[in-house]
Design a protein. Sequence first.
Length: 479
Amino acid sequence: LPIVVWFRDDLRVSDHPALTAAAATTAPVIAVYDLDEESPGLRPLGGAARWWLAGSLRALARDLRARGVILVLRRGPAARVIPDLVAETGAVEIVWNRRHDPAAAAVDEAVADALTARGIGVATFQASLLTEPDQLRTKAGGPFGVFTPFWRALLARPAPRAPLPAPTAMQGFDGVGSERLEDWRLEPTVPDWAAGLRAEWTPGETGAQDRLARFLDAGLAGYATLRDRPDRTNTSRLSPHLRFGEISPFQVWDAAMLARDTRRGGATAADIDKFLSELAWREFSYHLLAHTPDLATRNYQARFDAFPWRSDPDGLRAWQRGRTGYPIVDAGMRELWTTGWMHNRVRMVVASFLAKHLLIDWREGERWFWDTLVDADPANNAASWQWVAGSGADAAPYFRIFNPVLQGEKFDPDGAYVKQWLPALRGLPAKLVHRPFEATPDELRRAGVALGDTYPRPLVDHRAARERALAALAETRTS
Ligand code: FAD
């Protein structure tokens, strides 16, 4: 009798404990992916993530087929689809890797209860987080709300387990009907906005392993200092691969520790520590989400409920389109639109600009990112937006209002990043590229820039916007 492996945010075959467990039995293996956009609380994927999912499922199907197993595609609420599949195939056992988004975890629990009641064996595994939310507690016994003690507690635990190899040949199970991926319409047709995504990314496990190898060879050395530079390629770009589980944090951790021993790529211990701590921010976000299920919609700090957000549809649109008149902000928003990804430093700057310079509710930004990021993640996106807005756990101090000009000059000193995404500014010298509005008419003419025409004038004056934000924040502090 067959055993079912239910794939979700773990679209890989190596370091996949559920698949390994199934392969260790002698039973024929049925692999299933269910596109569930109906279960209560599950947030439908945004456009860029749907594009990614299509590529990822194609890659997974290929990798499973090479091992003798067919990936069965189904669509509908998991509480119906999964028990139906089990009944249809006569399976007596099902395995999956645990999810930690509370809405998804609730779905899993309902499925497990329904199956167990029918005598089906259910086994679940830890695969997506180095430490599951309940494994870490403060000394007082509660969840962590501050990163540094969380990180220390994570380091105090036994080292993460070694990653598992991919199972080799398995026995497949024929004759199970599958939906066709094309019928799910995950990818755009007309207009085809995904050309930039296709140029940048290779969804799937092989793409993930390639990214990791490239990063270890040529990005990790210098990470501790250069990770803040959007004009460099010193971050891993593993985020969408981690989001869809095409690579596990155990694999990334293990590879980084090995690089420490072998000094692969010339990385120092400081580079590796910094990288591992960033990986731990992902863990921290999931810890927060597990204990605060509405992290994407409700202020973590309730006093922000009184924050005087402005309604400004024009400002929001200008921000989304990369037309704020601040080059580092506009470059970031165009990188996001074109590639589905944005450098972390620039994410912080654009998020701060929306929430503080424009006083637009951070949830508007969170939603835009959710739709446009290939790595749109229920925990990381919500936690990061709240962190920048100041409403989050362990948030940036309320008075930290990024100056977009100084941020640009500090982290993109030659303007190479800005010029990549804003060709209109390519003629400007480095000293003006982050502040075109301060150029003289002569300097603009020489650079071929017509402010208000080829590039917008600033939407708000930095100094005035800063004063306005501080006043709004002061109101919240005393309320
Ligand atoms: P690297 O620097 O190579 O880091 C390795 C991995 O660690 C990342 O892939 C990611 O999984 C994790 N990581 C790194 N930085 C962070 C962080 N600050 N918080 C949580 N995890 C981190 N990340 C997402 O994965 N999905 C999101 O939807 C998302 N939304 C964000 C929204 C805002 C407003 C901000 C400021 C940050 C957001 N981040 C998000 C976090 C971070 O920007 C990205 O994880 C990072 O830029 C991914 O690039 P990388 O893989 O090259 O990172």
